[in-house]
Write a protein that binds this ligand. Structure first.
Ligand code: ADP
Ligand code: MG
Length: 209
């Protein structure tokens, strides 16, 4: 009954690490539901296509932000809340924090306003723990062997602000947002992630009745 999310600039290794983390959680007899934000519902996947691949669809930045919020609202109601209600562990590739960082810190929208619109979209559901994978932007881009998407096409100044936004938010909320260096090899980064999650799982067990 733990809600985890992974975040960070594209190319840091979120998808890679998420798969390994889920394998490990399953060996601990946890029932794990994996999802991605935006996505993992029919509506969310359709909206994801528009915001991440639809270079030919003009979207005003407020509309774009609300599309992410809409996808997330559906994800929470259709996937995450039902899974948590059944006692499952949820691991999500990105969540509201990404919206705050990309559209707010990097995109210039008001950060406080994004958090409050996010409250509406999620009905106040936040991950228990968000792991932010941190890597310098050029290294993250070198790991990406593909064409830049809508976000990346905005240039690396934008991505530097994204990285900084993640770091600032983790300082403001270090209980729930933990930064993990993504600079090591895949195995090393995974060990760092497991150590953080392990502490959280154990901490919970200690306070349980
Ligand atoms: P993200 O989901 O954050 O965009 P991916 O998991 O898709 O990142 O990884 C991007 C690319 O970098 C993939 O080709 C992946 O194999 C590679 N990669 C992931 N982690 C590492 C690492 N620690 N060292 C080197 N390459 C990595
Ligand atoms: Mg990914």
């Amino acid at each position: 009954m733990l809600f985890l999310s992974l975040d960070g600039v594209d190319g840091v290794g979120k998808s890679t690490q998420l798969a390994l983390l889920v394998d490990w959680l399953r060996t601990r007899q946890l029932e794990v539901v994996v999802c991605r934000d935006p996505g993992s519902t029919r509506l969310g996947e359709a909206l994801r296509q528009i915001v991440l691949q639809g270079h030919d669809t003009p979207i005003h930045r407020i509309a774009e932000m609300l599309v992410y919020m809409a996808a997330r609202a559906q994800l929470v109601e259709e996937v995450i809340r039902p899974a948590l209600a059944k006692g499952k562990t949820v691991v999500c590739d990105r969540f509201l924090l990404a919206n705050v960082v990309y559209q707010g810190y990097a995109g210039g929208l008001d950060v406080e306003q994004l958090w409050s619109i996010g409250e509406v979209a999620t009905g106040g559901l936040h991950p228990d723990l968000t792991l932010v994978l941190d890597l310098d932007v050029p290294a993250a881009q070198r790991r990406l062997g593909r064409e830049p998407d809508r976000m990346e096409a905005q240039g690396s100044g934008f991505l530097e602000r994204v990285r900084e936004g993640f770091l600032i938010e983790s300082r403001l909320n270090h209980e729930r947002i933990v930064v993990v260096s993504a600079a090591g090899d895949i195995e090393y980064v995974q060990q760092s992630i497991r150590a953080v999650v392990e502490r959280r799982l154990t901490g919970r067990a200690e306070v349980a009745p």
